[in-house]
Design a protein around this ligand. Structure first.
Ligand code: FES
Length: 62
């Protein structure tokens, strides 16, 4: 699913960036051009980051 329509960035790409170390929107933006045009995707991008960080934390705790 596209999170950032302006730059055609998907939730999958955001999760992959989190897997590669991004833990915040600014860190994500070092890898992907999310929220750098109209900004409408900013909240959704933060939600994908936060959700994936929780999933990763649960997996590592198991
Ligand atoms: S939808 Fe992401 S910057 Fe516009």
């Amino acid at each position: 699913m596209y999170i950032c329509v302006c730059h055609a960035v998907t939730d999958r790409q955001i999760r992959e960036a989190v897997d590669q170390g991004a833990t915040s929107l600014p860190e994500l933006q070092c890898q992907l051009p999310v929220a750098s045009c109209c900004g409408r995707c900013e909240t959704s991008a933060r939600e994908v980051i936060d959700e994936h960080l929780v999933v990763r934390a649960r997996k590592s705790a198991a």
